[in-house]
Design a protein around this ligand. Structure first.
Ligand code: ATP
Length: 257
């Protein structure tokens, strides 16, 4: 059964001088536990679609359902990881990680213990009492992951969460996030400009085109790659084949923009 369904989604932005169609007739569904990436040329509506899935933006056309309900009624089951970690600089890592639980009035002995255990699991043991400025970019993103996971969301919306990191840290964090999301059976939608990242982390890649933003093609990542970590996937022939196929499509889309 589908966990997310999007039917004929369209979105127009109205400005004083023009109407811009950011998305037109976008339909897809995502199963529970699936990892799906959205890629495409700049301006094809990826961020708009993520905002619609988050419930922050209501599409001008069509309908989205998450677990059978409109996204704005499902906000408590949606977690985010963004390019910036948005940790509060004046709070310790522990306080930052517990903040969502506190705001949701879910903070108790058990939820606190499991959030702190999660910090250990992702290699942040010993930094709980430190402030974000004392941590590297990769560690701060791991803390942001812990904060997101603490409230136990069913769906994670990932908006270029690795793009501000150096290459080595990015590859390590891709592996970590992938491993955690699979272990906890989360559903994830990732927006990225990095085709390698999209293929190596996903079950499916949704390629969008511009003018107007629309779903161009859907690519299934071969089954035998799904048991591997993103790092391992990158050295497989099937990965290179799929990379070349989608790359060609992307080049054609860029030329026809
Ligand atoms: N608030 C807004 N008002 C008017 N137009 C907007 C607004 N937000 C986005 N757009 C337009 O809608 C289209 C889709 O934008 P969107 O940011 O969703 O694309 P994107 O694929 O995420 O782009 P990028 O890859 O550059 O982040 C673009 O043409 C953009 O200029």
């Amino acid at each position: 059964m589908s966990f997310i369904t999007a039917e004929n989604i369209g979105h127009h932005y109205f400005t004083p001088s023009s109407v811009r169609t950011a998305l037109k007739n976008v339909s897809f569904s995502i199963k529970e536990g699936e990892f799906v990436s959205l890629i495409g040329p700049s301006g094809c509506g990826k961020t708009t679609l993520l905002s619609i899935l988050s419930g922050l933006l209501v599409p001008t056309d069509g309908e989205v359902k998450i677990d059978g309900q409109p996204p704005d009624l499902q906000r408590n089951m949606i977690g985010y990881m963004l390019q910036q970690d948005y940790l509060f600089p004046w709070k310790t890592i522990e306080e930052n990680v517990l903040i969502g639980l506190k705001l949701n009035r879910q903070l108790d002995k058990d939820t606190k213990a499991s959030a702190l255990e999660f910090l250990q699991k992702i290699g942040l043991e010993g930094v709980e009492k430190q402030f974000p400025r004392h941590l590297s970019g990769g560690m701060r993103q791991r803390a942001a992951l812990a904060r997101t996971m603490a409230v136990n969301p069913k769906l994670l919306l990932l908006d270029e969460p690795f793009s501000a990191l150096d290459y080595q840290t990015k590859l390590k964090l891709e592996d970590l996030v992938f491993e955690i999301l699979k272990a906890y059976r989360k559903t994830a939608v990732l927006v990225t400009h990095d085709l390698g990242e999209a293929i190596s982390m996903s079950d499916r890649v949704l390629l969008f085109a511009t003018n107007p933003g629309r779903l161009h093609k859907v690519f299934e990542v071969p089954d035998h790659l799904r048991g591997l970590s993103p790092f391992e996937v990158r050295s497989e022939d099937a990965y290179s084949d799929l990379f070349r196929t989608i790359w060609k499509e992307l080049e054609t889309l860029e030329e026809n923009k």
